[in-house]
Design a protein around this ligand. Structure first.
Ligand SMILES: Nc1ncnc2c1ncn2[C@@H]1O[C@H](COP(=O)(O)OP(=O)(O)OP(=O)(O)O)[C@@H](O)[C@H]1O
Length: 286
């Protein structure tokens, strides 16, 4: 799965990016909560076949934060993201954006999933793939083109606009998927294992792209990853999930100096300490 949500918008939110780039909002306190998950549980099925996958999850993602969710394989991370994206209802508890309960695809949210090869349309050029989520917004042609150009430039793919996805490397295809999300100009970007299908070097580049997007566009970003090092490198906070059902074991504040750098940040003793502490939580027997 790899797509951009958001067929509709709230009135008065024609261009959330403009709101975010407004100097008045730039001065907003850093700890302003955007996404709030409160006592969220999800059970599939009913009666004797009922299966509680996530139970009583509570955490927040503040404005302009990168938060990573880590946990063992099959713990229910995708189930959680589907609830956050309004693709399925929670059994109990709530997820809310700015206090507004999510009960359908939130207009200010975009999703990027791991499997870019299934989300990009091979018969469309890169430019037309990036344009896809904008079709419903009825933007003037000039704004549409400006958004596409800006998104492609942000991911370093201006030169590949007229190419087709199958002519690109895996890392470049995932950049196209990210550009498509950016062109929509979400305020909240949710990524499910976004860098899992690319080689290590490209993964580092895409991680840095993620941080750049947060800095340049003021986005709030939630990332699900299996990679503990990646979670520590990217995050302001890491939500550690334990199985089964999934529960929040801890929310770890990652206090590493900015700007982060693949070599110097990962060489810090604090980086090793935080990675070890997250890893030991995940590996601890239930
Ligand atoms: N629609 C569904 N109906 C019943 N069970 C489901 C459904 N979707 C997921 N599950 C079950 O919920 C559990 C968690 O699945 P989920 O895909 O959310 O985990 P995950 O953490 O994303 O997995 P992975 O780490 O392997 O990507 C699994 O046991 C799965 O079989």
């Amino acid at each position: 799965m790899n797509h951009v949500l958001a067929p509709h918008r709230h009135p008065g939110m024609e261009n959330p990016m403009e709101l975010q780039n407004n100097p008045a909002t730039l001065d907003a306190p850093a700890a302003q909560s955007r996404l709030e998950v409160s006592g969220l549980s999800k059970t599939y099925g009913s009666g004797p076949n009922a299966k509680c996958v996530i139970e009583d999850l509570t955490f927040t993602v503040n404005k302009r934060e990168v938060v990573c969710i880590v946990g063992p394989s099959g713990v229910g991370k995708t189930t959680l993201l589907k609830c956050l994206a309004g693709l399925q209802p929670a059994t109990s508890g709530t997820a809310a954006i700015d206090g507004r309960t999510i009960d359908g695809p939130p207009p200010e949210m975009a999703l990027v999933f791991q499997d870019y090869s299934r989300s990009l349309m091979p018969w469309l050029t890169v430019r037309k793939n990036v344009r896809l989520p904008l079709r419903h917004l009825r933007l003037p042609a000039q704004e549409m083109n400006e958004r596409i150009d800006t998104a492609l430039a942000a991911v370093g793919l201006s030169h590949a606009a007229s190419q087709y996805p199958w002519q690109l490397s895996g890392g470049m295809q995932q950049r196209v998927a990210i550009a498509r999300a950016l062109a929509y100009r979400p305020e909240i970007l949710i990524m499910d294992e976004p860098f899992a299908s690319v080689d290590a070097q490209t993964r580092f580049e895409l991680e840095d792209l993620c941080l750049k997007i947060r800095d340049d566009f003021g986005m709030t970003i939630l990332v699900v990853t299996h990679d503990i090092d990646e979670a520590v490198y990217l995050s302001d906070r890491v939500v550690v999930l334990g199985a089964k059902p999934a529960r929040v074991l801890d929310v770890v504040d990652i206090e590493l100096p900015a700007p982060r750098d693949q070599i110097s940040t990962r060489s810090l003793p604090e980086f090793a300490e935080q990675r070890t502490s997250v890893l030991s939580m995940i590996r601890k027997p239930a």
